[in-house]
Design a protein around this ligand. Structure first.
Ligand code: TYD
Length: 133
């Protein structure tokens, strides 16, 4: 099973004139993007996520501020990732439990392989954990 991993987007530009960061379907994004959403104004004490997906794959980017993501794989392996630069990305494969929290000013971009579908969510941790048994 694929594990979550961090990677970097190519950046075009220079400090004196700024940068363009590019994400392209099936090139540096390992899936076809069907949905894009972004989150903002999340209080620093809020814990979000607390779910996994059956099919949906995602790329998370901290366009501004920082995002901390703790993932748990179906094997029970836990990992922590810190996104703090707009050229970094976190790939989340299906079937990974995630919790996120955000710096006060964080602006997070999420690229998704699937359209929104509530039936694709595993929201009960015991349903997720039962897979390991
Ligand atoms: P959720 O994915 O649980 O957010 P988070 O992981 O950041 O806590 O979504 C929160 C709510 O927003 C939930 O009621 C579903 C809804 N939602 C949509 O309607 N469409 C979407 O594309 C997304 C991502 C969420």
């Amino acid at each position: 099973m694929t594990q979550p991993y961090l990677f970097e987007f190519p950046e075009i530009g220079a400090p004196e004139k700024g940068f363009i960061t590019v994400a392209e379907n099936l090139k540096n994004i390992p899936f076809e993007v069907k949905r894009v959403f972004w989150t903002h104004s999340i209080p620093a004490q809020a814990i979000r996520g607390n779910h996994a997906h059956y099919r949906n794959q995602q790329i998370l980017v901290a366009l501004q501020g920082s995002v901390t993501v703790i993932t748990t794989s179906p094997s029970g392996e836990e990992k922590s990732f810190e996104l703090h630069s707009p050229d970094q990305a976190l790939y989340l494969p299906p079937n990974v439990w995630r919790i996120m929290n955000y710096s006060e000013n964080a602006l997070q971009l999420v690229l998704s392989s699937e359209l929104y579908d509530e039936t694709d969510y595993i929201r009960d941790i015991s349903d997720f954990q039962n897979q390991w048994k």
